[in-house]
Write a protein that binds this ligand. Structure first.
Ligand code: BGC
Length: 371
């Protein structure tokens, strides 16, 4: 009996790997027009985007399927191949690894499928037709500027953390962050305590991608909460109490921010924490209310999903889409549609998230005294 159960479980596991984690409720079997492939269910951001995609798919009756690659380029490739088999006309891909995704989209493109790079730019290939994104440099700039605005006097402790190096967005965020922070590292307002590379480049305004990589490799969270915690623990152990006290921390997104916040606040030498995040995910709202996260940059998935599905409509109807930006992916300038972002702190949280009905305030506590 045990053997039978084990065999059954193995079979289910293998089938679920080969079906590429098609999510329940998606249209399966038969022909579909639009394939949407998201990077992983383990980062909150993509669950919010999936929910918005589902709303629009249902409302407009698209023949679409949503799949997850679970942070694995091989699964991503299998997902894309199975969507090609199902006859998709448009592929919406948020790549796990920007460069590794190139060969899979080239295959789809060769079948006449239109490729939309979603949120993350697919790099090093000409097989990308459109890119739908937030203004990621502005996201980074807002985070850096927030820390600058909170700093008092000279010699403030700065701890930098970056997104995964496999994600082009991490570089765009870092570019914006550096734009805001660099002059204040150069004039001694901040001292970077966890990256000697960043400190040594204090006088360089425009870093090359290589220089950014050097810094980011020292502080790469890989977009993982676990890695963020391990890194922060190592940085806190390596620094004496006087380098902690008041800490300014650049958390690259909300998930990593919460992990970093928990780790920094658990260190008895940390008396005050100013920490950034980005996305505006549900799990960070309580942290923002409680002051465990100082700000977030809200990237409303409603806008991105709407832009994407409008673009899909235009493509399917054979018309020429309008774009408002261009992003270079090392091979071509990709026609892009870019959305703005909103900075949220305790001062406008209620207005942005609760008054609009985006989140239900009854799921949170302590908001009564917010403006
Ligand atoms: C996205 C962020 C997200 C991060 C981790 C980035 O590419 O732009 O919104 O938090 O990936 O999933």
């Amino acid at each position: 009996m045990k053997k039978v159960i084990v065999l059954f479980l193995c079979f289910s596991l293998i089938t679920s790997i080969f079906t590429g984690c098609a999510t329940p409720g998606s249209t399966t079997g038969g022909k579909i027009d639009v394939g949407i492939v998201l990077p992983t269910k383990d980062e909150s951001r993509w669950l919010a985007d999936e929910a918005k995609f589902r709303e629009i798919i249902k409302e407009k009756g698209y023949k679409a399927e949503i799949m997850y690659s679970q942070a694995n380029s091989a699964v991503e490739k299998t997902n894309i191949e199975s969507l090609i088999e199902k006859g998709i006309k448009v592929l919406v891909l948020c790549a796990f690894d920007a460069t590794a995704a190139a060969s899979a989209v080239e295959k789809a493109k060769a079948e006449g499928i239109t490729i939309i790079s979603y949120d993350r730019l697919i790099m090093d290939t000409s097989a990308v037709d459109y890119y739908v994104t937030f203004d990621s440099v502005a996201v980074g700039r807002a985070m850096g500027q927030y820390l600058v605005d909170q700093a008092k006097g000279k010699g403030n402790n700065l701890y930098l953390y970056s997104g995964a190096l496999t994600d082009n967005n991490s570089f765009l965020f870092f570019q914006g962050q550096w734009e805001a922070l660099q002059p204040k590292i150069a004039d001694g307002t901040f001292i970077v305590r966890n990256s000697d590379k960043a400190q040594s480049y204090a006088n360089i305004k425009d870093l090359t991608r290589e220089q950014m990589s050097e810094i980011m490799s020292q502080v790469d969270t890989e977009w993982s909460m676990e890695t963020s915690k391990t890194l922060a623990e190592a940085h806190l152990t390596a620094n004496p109490p006087e380098n902690k006290n008041v800490c300014y921390v650049l958390g690259p997104d909300d998930d990593t921010c919460r992990a970093l916040s928990d780790t920094f606040r658990a260190d008895a030498d940390v008396k005050e924490l100013i920490i950034t995040g980005a996305d505006g995910v549900a799990a960070s709202i309580q942290y923002l209310i409680d002051g465990k996260q100082s700000m977030t940059v809200f990237k409303d998935p409603t806008m991105l999903v709407k832009d994407t599905m409008n673009l899909v409509d235009t493509i399917l109807s054979g018309k020429k889409p309008e774009v408002n930006a261009q992003y270079n992916n090392n091979v071509i300038d990709v026609p892009s549609i870019q959305s703005d972002v909103v900075v949220v702190t305790r001062d406008n949280l209620k207005k942005v998230f609760f008054d609009t009905g985006y989140y239900d305030k009854n799921n949170y506590t302590g908001w009564e005294n917010l403006k």
